[in-house]
Design a protein around this ligand. Structure first.
Ligand code: HEC
Ligand code: HEC
Ligand code: HEC
Ligand code: HEC
Ligand code: HEC
Length: 336
C-alpha cells in the first residue's frame, strides 16, 4: 500500500490525467472486503500491485453445490483395495462420462422440460443409461436434483456420477442392469479363482462371480452402440449427437470381429501386478487389464493407430512418392 501510494504521488506530479483512475484504485484497496474487482492492472502506472494489497478474489458464481454421491457403491469405495485400477480408471474418460457431456445434457434437459412441461427419471436415464447407469437406483427427487446441477453447470458436484466400477462390473456385466443388486454387492469379473474380498474386519465386501463375457466385445456393446430411442428425439425429430457406434463398426471392420480381436485386446492391455491389495493378505500375481481406456482423447493411442510408409521412385524424370497408410484400428477411424 505505502509503495503504491508513493508511486502514485510521483505519477500524479507527471501525469495529472491519471488522477481519477488512481483515486479509484486507492479506494478499492482501502475497503478490501467489498466484492469489487480490483482495477485492471494495465490502467495503473505502477507494476503489478504488491501481493499484500490484493483484494480477495470475488467468490465464483454460482456457489458450489455439495457433492452428489452415487446411489450405488461409488468408485471411491473400491479404491482402498483396488488402488492401482482406481487410479487408472480415474484418468480415463469413463470417469468423466457425465462431466464431459454436461453442455449437451443440459440442452436435452431444457428441451424435454419445454416440450413436455415436466422431466422424469426415465427422461434422464435416456442419457444416464450409458453416461451414469447407477443413477437408475436414485429416487425421483435425487434425479431432479441432478438435473438442476447439470443445468447449472456444477461439474464438481456431479463428478461422482459416471461409468464407474459397478456400471461395468455389476450392471452391464450382469445382463440384468435393472435389477437392484443384492447386498453385499455382486461383482462380475474375469477371475475364476478370486480370493474372498474381505476387509480388515473380516466382513465380505462383495461376492465375486466369474463371467466369460468380461473379455468380450459384447460387454462394451452395452453402451458403445447408440440407437436413438424414439422418445429421445430432439429438435424436430433429429438428435444431433451420434454417441458411439463403435461396436457396430467393429462387427464389420477388417481388424475387428473377423480377426477375433476383442475391444479389450486393444483397449485393456495387461500388465503384471495384483488385482487387489489387502494389508496382511498375500495376493496371487495376475496379468491385470489396464483401465485407462485410451481413445480419441489420447495422443499416444492416435499416434499408434496407423502404420505409414513412404516409397519414392523416379518415373520419366518425375519423382513419384507413394504414401501407404494402414489402419490398425478395430473399427472406423475416427469413430464417433
Ligand atoms: C447407448 C448408450 C448411450 C446413450 C443412451 C447416450 N450416449 Fe452419449 N455417448 C455414449 C458413448 C459410448 C460415447 C463415447 C463415444 C466415443 O468416445 O467415441 C458417448 C459420447 C457422448 C458425447 C461426447 C463426449 C465427449 O467427450 O466429447 C456427448 C456430448 C454425449 N455422448 C451426449 C449424450 C446425451 C446428451 C445423451 C442423451 C440424450 C446421450 N449421450 C445418450 C453412449 C451413449
Ligand atoms: C468400462 C467398463 C469397466 C469399468 C468402468 C471398470 N472395469 Fe474393471 N474390468 C473391466 C473388464 C472388461 C475387465 C476384464 C478385462 C479382460 O479380462 O480382458 C475388468 C477387470 C477388472 C478386474 C480383474 C483384474 C484381473 O487381474 O484380472 C478388477 C479387480 C477390476 N476390473 C476392478 C475394477 C474397479 C475397482 C473399477 C473402478 C475403479 C473398474 N474395474 C472399472 C471393465 C471395467
Ligand atoms: C476390502 C477389500 C476390497 C474392496 C473394498 C473391494 N474389493 Fe474387489 N476384490 C477384492 C479382492 C481381495 C479380490 C480378489 C483378487 C484376487 O483374487 O486376485 C477382488 C476382486 C474383484 C474383482 C474381480 C472378480 C472376479 O471374479 O473376476 C472385481 C471386478 C472387483 N473386485 C470389483 C470391486 C468393486 C467394483 C469394488 C467397489 C464397489 C470392490 N471390488 C471393492 C477386495 C476388495
Ligand atoms: C456403461 C456404459 C459403458 C460401457 C459398458 C463401456 N463404455 Fe466406454 N464409454 C462410455 C461412455 C459414455 C464414453 C464417453 C466418454 C466421454 O465422455 O468422452 C466412453 C468412452 C470410451 C472410450 C473413449 C475414451 C476417450 O479417449 O474418449 C473408449 C476407448 C472406451 N469407452 C472403451 C470401452 C471398452 C473397451 C469397453 C468394454 C470393455 C467399454 N468402453 C464399456 C460408456 C461405456
Ligand atoms: C485392433 C485394435 C482395436 C480394436 C479391436 C478396437 N479398437 Fe477402439 N480404438 C483403437 C485405436 C488404435 C483407437 C484410436 C484411434 C481412433 O480414435 O480411431 C481406438 C479408438 C476408440 C474409441 C474412441 C472413439 C473414436 O472416435 O475413435 C472408442 C470409443 C473405441 N475405440 C471403442 C472400441 C470398442 C467398443 C471396441 C470393440 C467393439 C473397439 N474399440 C475395438 C483400436 C481398437
Amino acid at each position: 500500500m505505502t509503495k503504491r501510494k508513493r508511486q502514485a504521488r510521483r505519477s500524479l506530479v507527471y501525469l495529472p490525467m491519471l488522477l481519477i483512475v488512481l483515486v479509484a484504485i486507492v479506494t478499492a484497496c482501502a475497503a478490501p472486503a467489498a466484492p469489487v474487482a480490483p482495477a485492471e492492472p494495465t490502467q495503473a502506472p505502477t507494476e503489478a500491485p504488491p501481493a499484500a494489497t490484493a483484494t480477495p478474489e470475488p467468490p465464483p458464481t454460482p456457489t458450489p453445490a455439495p457433492k452428489m454421491v452415487s446411489p450405488l457403491a461409488s468408485a471411491s469405495s473400491c479404491q482402498e483395495c483396488h488402488g492401482e485400477i482406481y487410479d487408472e480408471w480415474a484418468q480415463s474418460y469413463h470417469s468423466k462420462t457425465l462431466t464431459a457431456m454436461m453442455g449437451s445434457f443440459a440442452k436435452y434437459i431444457k428441451y424435454v422440460q419445454s416440450e413436455k412441461g415436466a422431466l422424469t427419471s426415465a427422461d434422464m436415464m435416456g442419457c444416464l443409461g450409458c453416461h451414469g447407469p447407477a443413477m437408475r437406483f436414485a429416487s425421483e427427487e435425487e434425479m431432479l436434483h441432478l438435473a438442476t446441477l447439470v443445468v447449472d453447470g456444477q461439474k464438481d458436484a456431479v463428478s461422482d456420477i459416471g461409468v464407474d466400477c459397478v456400471s461395468c462390473h455389476t450392471l452391464a456385466a450382469s445382463g440384468e442392469p435393472w435389477v437392484h443388486p443384492e447386498q453385499p454387492l455382486t461383482v462380475y469379473g474375469p477371475l475364476r479363482d478370486a480370493v474372498e474380498a474381505k476387509g480388515g474386519d473380516g466382513q465380505l465386501v462383495h461376492e465375486s462371480v466369474f463371467s466369460a463375457d468380461m473379455g468380450k466385445s459384447e460387454m462394451c456393446a452395452a453402451c458403445h452402440t447408440y440407437i436413438t430411442p424414439d422418445d429421445i428425439h430432439v429438435e424436430g425429430g433429429t438428435w444431433d449427437i451420434v454417441c458411439s457406434l463403435t461396436y457396430d463398426a467393429w462387427e464389420v471392420a477388417a481388424k475387428g470381429k473377423a480377426t477375433g480381436n476383442q475391444c479389450q485386446d486393444c483397449h485393456m492391455p495387461k500388465r503384471d501386478g495384483f488385482a487387489a491389495q489387502v494389508s496382511g493378505v498375500t495376493m496371487p500375481a495376475r496379468a491385470v487389464p489396464s483401465h485407462t481406456f485410451p481413445g480419441w482423447h489420447s495422443d499416444a493411442k492416435l499416434a499408434g493407430a496407423t502404420d505409414m510408409s513412404l516409397a519414392a521412385k523416379v518415373e520419366g524424370g518425375t519423382l513419384v512418392v507413394t504414401v501407404t497408410i494402414v489402419s490398425k484400428v478395430g473399427h472406423r477411424m475416427p469413430d464417433t
